[in-house]
Design a protein around this ligand. Structure first.
Ligand code: SF4
Ligand code: SF4
Length: 346
């Protein structure tokens, strides 16, 4: 492990050195009509990076493009070169854990390896950033994650006013940072301790067994009530850093057609329609049940950890304010009243 400490000016210089060898993606403000949205994109200018708040969307679009012509990622991006590896700067613990979910499903599961994802991930270095304060809708720590530091990123940034500690945990990347001034380990430890103490506790607490018991929850009568106001727009899944469903479609005809891979959403009413026309998830409640069960039951049954990282983006972005924390509380209450204490709590 190597620790460095640099000023903002030195980081700017480092950025300019790195961009000669790497594509660099980071959270930047973008005009979206009346609003400015903080999103990850490929950039050329260090000063564009916004470090101090959680981005509105996750870096999912960098490791898993929303709509890609196969073999031609980010063709339209000025600052992306297909021959270079990519550094994603400023990724928070929740989003790093979400990358882990993608890696488990698309790389580590022997039953299916997604080559296009694997190739992109093999050429991606994640530089995490420690969270200094909680956003209103975040609840990662209620799910057992550490907002101060995630072990899953090989390089981690701790921003302290205008200075940056850089912790290089994977020696494979030490060369990139070798020339930077050394950082003091005790000073970094003190900063992390102070941050942990000052990080205000989440008002949300959850006491559910994981994996959620499939049979009890499948038959529960809470789902329709929970989703009365849902519009089925799929925004929650698009913003969710762990939702990875996708579809293929073709544009053009015959020899001229092009194959695209695009994000899909289990909240769309047509998502699970069979070729026969039968739809096993023919109501909003059944679709939302699948969303919750995937994250809190099916994923932990098959892999390590949950497939919700408590980033809160589905809460911030849902047009009808459907709050996953309320849905999880209803689940907790239902299990307390109806489900008994079966199914082995973690
Ligand atoms: S964002 Fe809200 S309204 Fe849209 S599908 Fe998700 S829960 Fe339903
Ligand atoms: S379900 Fe909501 S809170 Fe959980 S990871 Fe997805 S967007 Fe974040």
């Amino acid at each position: 492990m190597m620790i460095k400490k640099i000023s903002k000016e030195r980081f700017k210089k480092l950025f300019d050195e790195l961009k000669e060898e790497y594509n660099i993606a980071a959270p930047i403000l973008k005009d979206k009509g009346k609003e400015k949205i903080l999103e990850y994109d490929f950039i050329n200018d260090f000063d564009q990076i916004v470090w101090d708040r959680q981005p509105d969307s996750s870096p999912k679009n960098i490791i898993f493009p929303q709509n890609s012509m196969l073999g031609n990622d980010y063709k339209g991006s000025k600052y992306y070169d297909d021959n270079l590896s990519t550094i994603i700067m400023g990724v928070r613990s929740c989003d790093i854990e979400a990358v882990k979910v993608f890696d488990q499903v698309f790389i580590e599961d022997d039953s299916y390896i997604d080559d296009s994802y694997k190739n992109r991930r093999d050429k991606t270095i994640i530089m995490g950033i420690s969270c200094a304060e909680r956003e209103d809708s975040c609840f990662c720590d209620s799910l057992g994650l550490d907002p101060i530091e995630s072990d899953y990123a090989p390089v981690y940034i701790f921003k302290d006013e205008d200075e940056f500690f850089i912790k290089i945990k994977d020696e494979k990347y030490e060369d990139l940072f070798e020339d930077l001034p050394k950082g003091d380990q005790a000073q970094l430890k003190a900063l992390k301790k102070q941050r942990k103490e000052e990080f205000n506790e989440s008002s949300f607490s959850l006491d559910i067994p994981t994996p959620l018991p499939e049979k009890e929850m499948f038959e529960a009568d809470i789902w329709e009530e929970m989703t009365e106001k849902c519009l089925g727009c799929g925004v929650c899944t698009y913003y969710c850093p762990t939702c990875y469903c996708f579809n293929f479609f073709w544009e053009g005809e015959d020899g001229e057609s092009t194959k695209y891979k695009s994000w899909d959403s289990c909240m769309f009413s047509s998502y699970s329609v069979h070729a026969s026309g039968h739809n096993p998830r023919d109501s909003k409640g059944k679709r939302y049940r699948n969303r919750i069960m995937h994250k809190f039951s099916y994923h932990p049954l098959n892999y390590e950890g949950l497939a919700c990282v408590g980033c809160g983006r589905c809460i911030d972005r849902c047009p009808v304010n459907l709050d996953i924390r309320e849905a999880l509380k209803m689940t907790e209450e239902y299990l307390l009243e109806e489900g008994g204490d079966e199914s082995g709590k973690d």
